[in-house]
Design a protein around this ligand. Structure first.
Ligand SMILES: *Cc1c(COP(=O)(O)O)cnc(C)c1O
Length: 414
């Protein structure tokens, strides 16, 4: 079932016509499908059935509390990259004992918060971070559970901004330096070595690089075991791609199969950190056309959503399908879909053929991941509302920001 489909010419989210959501909650508005969120998580669970495995949702893809809460109730753990995300997970009812903490710049305060919460593991990304974590844990009289995030130097064949497993990346520990750093970790008084971690990139459509990375990791795991450093878990990160346009996307089971084949017979617990693949296709950004502008070279549809609401087109030149909410029979023309922000990079789509009029609604598809989460207040634009549709019900899960909130913390000089 496609939860975003036309019924009598009107695009629906599950059983709810999108114009109804626009009327009740305004635009721009992020609309998520509970069915998709649940079914994407279930696909992971089914693909991992019979294994000791934990799916740690990567909070940064979409950190709305309602989404975190749905995944927590489904049994998910969480991959966080900041103290703020830890606070969100706890506020949403997530289990800290299922939280892994990634990221190259963890502060001492963030380490203290995570130790106090009792997280499952720190994914340590450098020697300096390991030393700091040992000190911080010692100052609290605790021991910190760690994995080292190893950089397997495989090419994930994705956009350079989201390739993270190459030698040139700022992420992770170079493969050759991992063994000596594990020895160091074992010697530190306030560190407990638990696992190994890698995350090679995002929007990966070919499972081969991840399987290759897993094989490299296993070589290291065995070398560590030979030295008496036994790991209890292997974290393979996230990165599974989704369909934005016409990409050939493997199912969750198809993507995981080569990886699980490499890992067959291993006793270590498996962790995964999917973000985009759990939420990306679960959301659309609903926006209204303010003006049509017919220039000499191009036609523009100026909509009320902008790069501050959905940054991916401006940042990565990313493609999102843009569908008219009401299918119209009128004459189509080619439009640049642009927002009101004062930047030429403020576009949501180029050269889209649409039969539209001012006031019409458009749906920017596959916007559930890295949409709202990357939004900003540029141009002092309040951020969009967010709703979750569940069958015929619509739940407002984040109110539209009010302008007054945006400068409530600012002061003028006396
Ligand atoms: C971003 C990130 C993820 C999630 O990536 P997706 O491509 O959204 O699945 C997982 N782990 C780490 C360490 C990340 O930085």
């Amino acid at each position: 079932m496609n939860p975003f489909s036309y019924r009598d010419g009107i695009l629906h989210a599950e059983a709810v016509p999108l114009p109804q959501i626009a009327a009740d909650h305004g635009t721009p508005c992020y609309v998520y499908s509970r069915t998709v969120l649940q079914s994407r998580f279930d696909e992971f669970r089914r693909a991992l059935a019979g294994r000791d495995a934990l799916v740690c949702y990567a909070v940064k893809a979409n950190s709305n509390l309602a989404i975190l809460n749905l995944f927590a109730r489904a049994g998910a753990g969480f991959d966080i990259v900041s103290g703020g995300e830890l606070a969100r997970v706890l506020a949403a009812g997530g289990d800290p004992a299922k939280v892994v903490f990634s990221g190259v710049g963890k502060t001492a305060d963030e380490m203290r918060e995570a130790l106090a919460a009792g997280i499952l593991c720190f994914n340590v990304e450098s020697a300096a971070e390991l030393e700091r974590l040992d000190q911080v844990a010692g100052s609290l009289g605790r021991r910190a559970p760690v994995s080292l995030r190893v950089n397997p130097d495989v090419d994930p064949k994705t956009h350079p901004y989201i390739a993270t497993g190459l030698k040139s990346a700022k992420f992770g520990i170079p493969f050759e330096e991992a063994l000596p750093l594990y020895r160091r970790a074992r010697a530190l008084p306030h560190i407990d070595v638990h696992g190994i971690d890698c995350h090679i990139g995002s929007q990966l459509l070919d499972p081969a690089p991840a399987a290759e990375a897993a094989a490299k990791l296993l070589g290291l795991v065995d070398a560590l075991a030979a030295e008496g450093i036994a790991l209890s878990h292997i974290d393979l990160g996230g990165g599974m791609g989704i369909r934005y346009r016409d990409e050939a996307v493997p199912s969750t089971a198809e993507y995981l199969a080569p990886l699980l084949a490499v890992l067959a017979g291993r006793k270590e617990r498996l962790l995964f950190e999917p973000g985009r693949s759990l939420v990306g296709n679960a959301g659309v950004l609903l926006t209204r056309i303010e003006y049509l502008k017919h220039g000499e070279a191009k036609n523009f549809a100026v909509v009320d959503a902008a790069m501050n609401d959905l940054m991916r087109p401006a940042l990565y030149d990313a493609w999102h399908d843009i569908l008219p909410v009401a299918q119209a029979a009128g004459a189509a023309a080619e439009y640049e879909i642009v927002g009101p922000v004062c930047e030429s990079g403020d576009f949501l789509g180029h050269a889209r053929r649409l039969a539209v009029a001012p006031g019409d609604l458009l749906a920017v598809m596959s916007a559930g991941a890295y949409g709202m989460a990357m939004s900003s207040n540029y141009n002092t634009r309040p951020r969009a509302a967010e709703v979750i549709v569940d069958g015929s019900r619509v739940h407002l899960v984040r109110e539209r920001e009010r302008v007054g909130q945006l400068f409530a913390g600012e002061r003028v000089l006396l």
